[in-house]
Design a protein around this ligand. Structure first.
Ligand code: BTN
Length: 255
């Protein structure tokens, strides 16, 4: 059951006590003709979606929020929104939990937020189209405020576990403001250079030798850059540049 409310920002918030997935709901709303941005926020998701078709465990106490953007900008620039969202989420966590040291919060390509080396939040940007067939996106944020899964192949953590207990609503308020600021900076792609350099300043492994697993293949090289489409540029030891656009990438930094 949803109800509407406005919280000072121009973007309305639609709240659900329980829903399958706020991203799926956002894509459905776009198809039904949503024409203005809206936040969809749930206390619990029963079918929370992670990247690459994975389930995102969604228990009460964490933040599950999707920003629906009906007309975000030219289709070619939309992959850049991963970086806009990552930076905004990092800004928002620091604003809502100011006791955290800035350098402990890192962005991991393409769009995880790590806190002291553990994944504290994930972002899922999904492209869709509006009722007229124009490109649109939903940007889903899952933030481990209170809980984090223990049974993952990588380290996960929560704000609570790092001495920064934060209510999901407080974080949403900060995220709403931070997204507005970063979307303005991005300016439908015209401001991507600034977004890219801000993102790289906080990225894990930037300029370092990393090894990246893509399925069964492993590429080792220096993490040099991200390009305008958001691809990762690795310089292999033999001098060849590898452009990594997708896949199940996990970064391994030297110990
Ligand atoms: O795999 C990841 O790292 C991305 C996780 C994204 C989860 C969020 S929770 C809110 C929104 N609704 C979903 O179904 N998924 C995203």
């Amino acid at each position: 059951m949803a109800h509407y409310e406005f919280q000072g920002s121009t973007v309305p918030i639609v709240r659900f006590t329980q829903i399958g997935s706020t991203n799926a709901e956002g894509l459905a709303r776009l198809q039904r003709g949503e024409t203005v941005p809206v936040w969809l926020v749930a206390d619990i998701q029963t079918a929370g979606r992670g990247r690459r078709g994975r389930l995102w465990t969604s228990e009460l106490g964490n933040l599950f929020a999707t920003l629906v953007l009906p007309n975000p900008g030219p289709a070619a620039n939309l992959p850049q929104l991963c970086f806009v969202a990552g930076l905004a989420l990092r800004d928002a966590v620091l604003s809502a939990a100011p006791q955290l040291a800035s350098e402990t919060l890192k962005l991991k390509w393409p769009n995880d937020l790590l806190l002291d080396g553990g994944k504290v939040a994930g972002i899922l940007v999904e492209g869709g189209s509006d009722a007229a067939g124009k490109p649109a996106v939903v940007i889903g944020f899952g933030v481990n405020c209170l809980h984090h899964p223990e049974d993952l192949p990588y380290k996960a953590t929560s704000l609570e576990a790092n001495g920064a207990p934060t209510a999901p609503d407080r974080l949403l308020e900060a995220l709403d403001l931070a997204m507005a600021v970063r979307l303005n900076q991005w300016n439908a792609g015209a401001g991507f250079q600034g977004i890219r350099s801000d993102w790289m300043r906080h990225a894990l492994g930037m300029g370092d030798q990393v090894s990246v697993k893509i399925g069964t293949r492993e590429v080792v090289g220096r993490f040099e850059n991200i390009d305008a489409r958001g691809a990762m540029m690795l310089r292999r030891r033999d001098g060849v540049a590898e452009i990594i656009t997708a896949g199940d990438v996990s970064l391994h930094l030297p110990e």
